[in-house]
Each structure stands twice: as structure tokens, then as C-alpha cells.
Design a binder for this molecule. Structure first.
Ligand code: ADP
Ligand code: ZN
Length: 817
């Protein structure tokens, strides 16, 4: 009898591929192990065994595998089940899911580029002969491909050698390497408590009357603290008082000054690991019992808790319970929230049990996390990660927490699999019979709708921790302010007044502007022309900092024009405004204060966010200007004022979710204000203060927003009432896209009739020289989703069998919103 295996290849093949194996191999192999297999003319791939059986394929003759790469499975059965679901639901191949799931070190293939790992020292004795040959070759050549290695070793199958070298950390696979950020400790000084009172200080100054320099330092420190009301750094003190560090040290030794450090983390958390979790407040405790109660009848429960209500501490209690029962926890957060802030907070409670999974980690770190989770070691009991961590090899999952469940970054847009991590995580939990808790201050309409329908449990937490009041939100009518000449640039007199007051109190400010760049576009006053990107149908954005025009779609950039390139006129003006201009204006308005900016441009580097967030926490920055990034669950202690520079551009965005998203965004930014004891203040500048969304934001009325938006979704047949699948046809030839999209839409209409919208060009029709055209299929509430997808698949197959259309790319995006 012959033996066969079906394998998943890391390429977009519709079906699993079958290979022949020997009887011995069939006894050894298990689903989830890797094998290397030949594919096509000369390619070699790493594949995952899915099924071992005895049915010979009918259509083609099965080839032999090259080699077995593992002794034990690398992928769990549960993962294989989950991958199949993702591939079916999101209409992509399992190979695409596999590629997204496995760290690249696991899927060696012919094109893989290998280089020496310079961070480890390997001695020759540790290497076998073949390993040594490869390692030696890497001395002379910075990188090698698999086939180079094959010729060096003079054999075809070299994957096992590479695998061993990887395990010894002698080599690495090309990939971005991300080092963990270790924020610096900053040294601060204050007057020792013994001298802090007014009288004691006087006594002290008298005592120091002979030690001029020391007296000077104490006086300076006193006036600096009084002025800024903020911690004083040793470096600032020495600079301000012109004293040497030796004098400061003498004062510390004498016990007059006291030195202390503020960590990356908040002061109160600088304690040791394994802290006991916090005692919950009454409302938190009620919410926790309600969640537990809800879990008895609902596997999925939504915690709707206002910003700063202390949701994290509730999660911590749930995690403690699950850990005690010996099960694993998956804690999902949006990528940006994966900062030291949250990591440290969890490590304080669960110390080494927390594993962090980050798309920016190096291959080695990812491989390590993978193995820890797979082996269910103590190091991977709580897995904290962003979107892709739903693809990890959990063994015994007991709870999934999805924080900020409304976040758009949970949805993967490109490349396939185009999954939504929240929805895929719910399926994952279901495979394990585990519970899922969704958390948000501003739930997505679909989750809240599911909860209201009774599909999910619902727990409401309406008060902030410690009974801190919700911020006071004021709408500022900038149309009126312009008319009455009460604007300075983009700042109303109200905003300037509140900023001034906040800074005087030594508190911090966040300014939110929904656009990056200095100003979105440049316009010629003479002819009205705006410079365009040569690759995309979009105007270029002016970035003052580099004096450049940049394309936000493809990254194209060029120096700022001196003259209009259409008419030659030199009256070029900027239209609209972005974060960079806000930053510049703040600098002019408050030259004494430190301003920083947080957007895609300033956070590109390795420690991009971390640096800014840490500096802001340590109050090295007084005013932080930023985009969406500022909204994602960050917990700052000294922010009193939040200013939303302009609410109108988000509200007017052409998307059926624009209002829902604007509400979420504004509530979330507002939630950064006043999280400790003083009530926060939020100013929203707008041309349209009567807009219903702004009214709902200012009164914190989620219920009304939900009701009104749901009415619209019913009326216009949009999610969560209807479902959506978006089909994009893409090619560099405009006409072919038009013809192809028309054919596709017509075929869809024959099946789905008026549930098909389009084809239509999006606002930016050409990106990187490719034209895009969209078709939208709506799915009625009771309609079979499976059948709908089958019909679309069928049409797609006919489409790609037509010669003229073969070159067109078809992208299918399920739940594309
Ligand atoms: P949310 O995630 O709901 O916005 P957080 O969990 O970040 O809120 O809590 C807000 C702040 O209140 C945090 O600084 C947190 O440390 C603090 N906090 C919350 N619950 C407690 C508690 N039970 N005891 C002490 N501090 C708490
Ligand atoms: Zn472009």
C-alpha cells in the first residue's frame, strides 16, 4: 500500500498538495510537522503536514518529499483547524494564512536570504562539518541564498543544515531586527522632607550662609519647583544654578537634597515584580462579578467601561483566575498600545509569565515566543500581543481578552489573509471552549449590536476609577471665532486661555489633529493647480520639516516647489493644516514650553513611540501634538487639557462609518484628560457645533449615538445589519480595469441583483501606478454567507479563466470595514 500526505505550502494554492511518503515515514509523521518538498520545476518549499492517508491523487502523480524537518509537530491541530476557518471565511488560501502565522525562520524556501548573525559568537568546534562550510562562506559573503548553499555543500537538500545553524543562532534570516527598548532612568532631586516646610527651609538657608554655592543650588531648586511644579532633573538643576555635580552630590550626602529616579514607568509602579494586584473599587468589583456571571451563559462578553474606569485591573483579576486553573491567556491590544506602559504593568503582576509578541521582534525572539507558547511553559502563560498573535500555537487557552475592541488596526487589509483579529480570536477561543472578553469605552457598533441582540453578554461600567469625573467637554465654534477675529492661526482664544492656565498649573496638554504633515496640499493662487503624485491620483502633502512634498500613499517625495509647475507663478499657498503646522504654531504661542509631535513621521524609527511616550510621561514634554496614535489606550497621569483642533474633517470623511469613528476617536482622545484627581478639560474646535455627533460626544452619550447610527445602518443597509464583501480589480491599464470590473459586477448582479454596488473608482483611483476599482456586495441579514461566498468564488474562477482578464488582480475583502 502507498502512503501519502496532504501538505500546506506557503503559497497561494487553492488546494492542499499531496506527496508520496514511505511506510516508515507515514508512521513517523504527524500533522503539524514540517517537511521540505519539491514544487514546480526547481523550487523547494517548507510545507506543513495536514493529513496522512493512503489515497493516491487522481489528477497528478504525487512526488516524493525531500525530507522530514521536525521530530515533533511545530503547529498544533487547533491551529490547523483555525487556519482552515480563516481561509474559508476570509476567502484566501491556507498557504497565505500559514505564511502570516509562521515566523519566517520556520519557512525556509529557495529565495530565503541567509546572513551571519553577528550578535552571537560561535566557535568552530560547535559546528558540524557542513555547518562549518556554510558559516565559513558567510565570512566572505554577506549573504547567501538556499541554492548558493546547495552548491557549497554540493547537495540538494540543505534545509536541515540551515535549520541547525538557525537553532545555534549562527545565522539569521533576513528580516527587520527589533531590539527591545530599555528606557533610561532619569535622575531627579528634591529637597529632603526635613527641610521642605517654609520655616525649615529658612533655617537651612541660614545654616548654609557660608556655603555660597550650596545655598545657591538650594535656592535655585526651590524656585524651579515653584515655577514649573514638576520634578526637577539633576541635569537641569546643575545647568540652571551653574553648579557642578559635585556640589549637588555634597548636598545629597549631607541629607539636604534627596535623589530619586523616575523610570520609564509611572512612579507608583517602580516597585518589584510580582506585585499583588490592586484591590478593586466597588464599581469594578460589581463589573467583575457581572462578567463572571455573564460567562455562565455567554462565551463572549462585552465590557463597556468608560475611559479610565479601570478595565485593565479587571482583566488582571480574570487573568489571575485563569492562570490558577493552569490555562493560557491571550491578551490582544492594538499594536501601538504595546508600549512599555502596559507591558510593565502586566509584568508587575505576572512577572516572567508574560510573553510579548510584536511584529517588530526579530526572528529569534518570535521563534522563542512560539516555542514557549507551544510547550505551554511558564514563560508564556499570558500572551500579550497585537493582531497576528491570534495565529500562535496555544495549547490550552482559557481566556481571550480583546482590549479596545473597536480599534480599526485589528483588521488586516493587505496582504491576505485579510482577517479581523477580534473575530478570528473569538473563533480561536471557541475552538478551545474558552471565554472571550471584549473591552472598550467606545464599542464598535457591531459588537454593541451583538450584545444588545443577546448574542454577547454585556457589562456596563459607567464611572471612572476613584470617581474621577469624566472630563468637561466644551465645543468651540470657530466660524464665529473667525468672524469676531478671536483666532490666532488655528487656535481660538478659548483654547489659548485653557492652555495658558493648564501650563501655569504645571499640567500637560494633548492636541489632536487628524492629519499629519504640515498642510495637506499646496495650491497655486494664480492657476489653482496643486502638485500631484506621479504614481498616484492624489495631491502631494507639504512637510515643512524636510521642506518636501510627499505622497502619503506611495512615499514618493520631492523638494518643495519654488514656482507652480503648471503656470510658473510663484504665489503658492498651503491649504488645510496638519500636525506639523499645529506644532509650529504652538511653538510660537508658547515659546517657553516644550512641544513634541507624535505621528507616523516622528515615530518611524526603532523606538519611535516609546521615546515620545516616555518623555511625555516623565514630563519632559508639556504639549504633545498628535494624530490617532494618541488615542489608543495610553494612560498618562498629568494631562489636564485635551484640544481637538478640528472635528470637521473626520466627520466629513466619505465612509459609512465616519460618524461612528469620529465619536470613538473624540471620546478616546478626550479620555486621556484628567485621569487622576483633577477633572480634565476638553475643547473641541469645530465649524459645526450643532452636529449631532459632537453633541453626543460632549454629553458622553454613547446610547444615543448607537441608536441614531443604527437607524442609519438599517435605512441604508449597512453593517452590522447587512454584511459586506468588497471586491477590488487592480491593474496598471485603466481600460482593462474598467472592462474587467464591469464584467465582474454584471456577473455578480445576475446572482445578487441590487445587492451589488459599483464598480466605482475610489477617491484615489491610482496608487503606485495601479488603477483600482471597487465592487461592493451586500449580504442580507438571513442570507447564507457560505452560499454567497461560493457564488463569488465561482464568478471569480470564470473571471480568471477569461484570457483578457487573466492579468488583472482580484482582491476579495470580507468584512472590509
Ligand atoms: P481604562 O483601561 O479603563 O481606561 P485603566 O485600567 O488604565 O483604565 O485605569 C485607569 C487608572 O486607574 C490607571 O492608572 C490604573 O492604575 C488606576 N486604577 C484602576 N483601578 C485601580 C484600582 N483598583 N486600584 C488602584 N488604581 C487603579
Ligand atoms: Zn504616490
Amino acid at each position: 500500500m502507498s502512503h501519502f500526505i496532504d501538505v500546506i505550502l506557503p503559497i497561494p494554492l487553492e488546494k492542499l498538495f499531496t506527496y508520496r511518503i514511505s511506510k516508515a515515514e507515514s508512521e513517523f509523521l504527524k500533522a503539524g510537522m514540517r517537511v521540505s518538498v519539491p514544487f514546480g520545476k526547481s523550487k523547494i518549499y517548507t510545507a506543513i503536514v495536514c493529513r496522512i492517508h493512503e489515497q493516491e491523487p487522481v489528477i497528478y502523480e504525487a512526488k516524493d518529499i525531500h525530507q522530514i524537518l521536525d521530530d515533533t509537530p511545530l503547529v498544533t491541530k487547533h491551529q490547523l483547524t483555525h487556519w482552515q476557518w480563516i481561509s474559508k471565511y476570509y476567502m484566501c488560501t491556507v498557504g497565505e494564512v500559514m505564511r502570516a502565522a509562521l515566523p519566517s525562520a520556520f519557512i525556509l524556501e529557495s529565495e530565503t536570504i541567509i546572513s551571519k548573525n553577528t550578535s552571537t559568537v560561535i566557535s568552530d568546534e560547535d559546528l558540524k562539518d557542513d555547518e562549518f562550510l556554510v558559516y565559513e562562506a558567510l565570512h566572505h559573503q554577506s549573504s547567501l541564498k538556499i541554492h548558493d548553499i546547495a552548491s557549497i555543500l554540493d547537495k540538494k537538500n540543505v534545509l536541515p543544515v540551515i535549520k541547525r545553524l538557525l537553532e545555534k543562532e549562527a545565522i539569521s534570516i533576513q528580516e527587520e531586527v527589533y531590539e527591545k527598548y530599555k528606557p533610561k532612568l532619569v535622575r531627579y532631586v528634591k529637597l529632603h522632607a526635613n527641610h521642605a516646610s517654609q520655616e525649615n527651609l529658612q533655617v537651612l538657608l541660614d545654616e548654609l550662609s557660608r556655603a555660597h554655592k550650596q545655598r545657591e543650588v538650594v535656592m535655585t531648586l526651590f524656585s524651579m519647583s515653584a515655577k514649573t511644579k514638576k520634578p526637577v532633573k539633576v541635569s537641569e538643576l546643575t545647568e540652571e544654578s551653574q553648579a557642578s555635580t559635585a556640589i549637588v552630590k555634597t548636598l545629597i550626602d549631607k541629607g539636604i537634597l534627596e535623589e530619586y529616579y523616575i523610570q520609564h514607568d509611572r512612579v507608583e509602579y517602580s516597585g518589584e515584580a510580582d506585585e499583588a494586584s490592586k484591590a478593586l473599587s466597588k464599581p469594578q468589583d460589581v463589573a467583575l462579578s457581572e462578567i463572571k456571571e455573564s460567562f455562565k451563559t455567554h462565551d463572549i462578553t462585552l465590557l463597556h467601561g468608560v475611559t479610565s474606569s479601570g478595565k485593565t485591573e479587571i482583566y488582571v483579576k480574570l487573568i489571575e483566575d485563569v492562570l490558577a486553573s493552569g490555562k493560557q491567556v491571550l491578551y490582544l491590544v492594538p499594536e501601538i498600545a504595546l508600549t512599555t506602559q502596559l507591558v510593565n504593568r502586566l509584568q508587575d503582576y505576572f512577572s516572567e509569565k508574560v510573553a510579548v509578541f510584536h511584529s517588530k521582534y526579530s526572528t529569534h525572539e518570535r521563534v522563542e515566543v512560539w516555542h514557549n507558547i507551544f510547550q505551554n511553559t511558564t514563560k508564556a502563560q499570558v500572551v500579550l500581543g497585537a493582531r497576528s498573535s491570534i495565529l500562535l500555537p496555544f495549547q490550552d487557552l482559557g481566556l481571550v481578552i480583546i482590549d479596545e475592541e473597536h480599534e480599526t488596526s485589528y483588521k488586516q487589509f493587505d496582504p491576505a489573509p485579510r482577517y479581523h483579529a477580534r473575530d478570528a480570536a473569538i473563533i480561536l477561543a471557541n475552538i478551545f471552549k474558552a471565554k472571550t472578553l471584549l473591552g472598550s469605552a467606545t464599542p464598535s457598533l457591531e459588537s454593541y449590536y451583538n450584545a444588545k441582540q443577546g448574542k454577547y453578554g454585556l457589562v456596563e461600567l459607567a464611572t471612572r476609577y476613584n470617581n474621577v469625573m469624566m472630563p468637561d467637554i466644551e465645543l468651540v465654534d470657530i466660524k464665529d471665532k473667525h468672524k469676531r477675529k478671536r483666532m490666532k492661526g488655528h487656535f481660538s482664544d478659548r483654547l489659548i486661555a485653557e492652555m495658558t492656565e493648564t501650563l501655569e498649573e504645571g499640567q500637560q496638554i494633548i492636541l489632536f489633529q487628524n492629519r499629519r504633515g504640515f498642510s495637506p496640499i499646496i495650491e497655486c493662487h494664480t492657476c489653482g493647480h496643486s502638485p500631484q503624485c506621479p504614481n498616484c491620483d492624489v495631491s502631494l502633502t507639504y512637510h515643512q520639516y524636510r521642506d518636501q512634498l510627499r505622497c502619503h500613499y506611495c512615499g514618493y517625495n520631492t523638494v518643495m516647489l519654488k514656482k507652480c509647475d503648471a503656470c510658473g507663478g510663484n504665489d503658492l499657498d498651503t491649504k488645510g493644516f496638519g500636525t506639523e503646522q499645529v506644532e509650529k504654531e504652538v511653538n510660537a504661542l508658547f515659546p517657553e514650553h516644550k512641544v513634541a509631535r507624535m505621528d507616523l513621521d516622528t515615530t518611524r524609527g526603532k523606538y519611535g513611540y516609546e521615546k515620545i511616550i516616555t518623555a511625555f510621561e516623565q514630563q519632559e514634554i508639556d504639549i504633545l501634538v498628535g494624530t490617532q496614535m494618541l488615542t489608543k489606550g495610553l494612560d498618562f497621569r498629568h494631562v489636564k487639557l485635551v484640544g481637538i483642533m478640528n472635528a470637521d474633517n473626520m466627520l466629513n470623511f466619505p465612509d459609512f462609518r465616519a460618524h461612528e469613528r469620529s465619536f470613538q476617536l473624540m471620546m478616546q482622545v478626550s479620555g486621556r484628560a484628567g485621569r487622576t484627581d483633577t477633572r480634565g478639560k476638553v475643547l473641541i474646535q469645530t465649524y459645526n457645533p450643532h452636529h449631532q455627533i459632537l453633541q453626543q460626544v460632549s454629553t458622553n452619550n454613547f446610547a444615543e449615538m448607537f441608536k441614531e447610527q443604527m437607524d442609519e445602518r438599517y435605512n441604508f443597509k449597512y453593517p452590522p445589519v447587512y454584511r459586506l464583501i468588497k471586491i477590488t480589480i487592480k491593474h496598471k491599464d485603466y481600460n482593462r480595469v474598467n472592462v474587467g470590473a464591469a464584467w465582474f459586477a454584471k456577473s455578480l448582479r445576475q446572482v445578487f441583483d441590487d445587492l451589488v454596488l459599483g464598480p466605482e473608482f475610489p477617491p484615489v483611483a491610482r496608487i503606485r501606478n495601479q488603477y483600482h476599482k471597487h465592487i461592493l456586495v451586500k449580504i442580507k441579514p438571513k442570507q447564507s454567507i457560505v452560499k454567497t461566498k461560493e457564488a463569488i468564488d465561482k464568478i471569480n474562477n470564470s473571471f480568471s479563466s477569461i484570457k483578457d482578464f487573466r492579468a488583472l488582480r482580484v482582491i476579495i475583502n470580507v468584512d472590509n470595514y
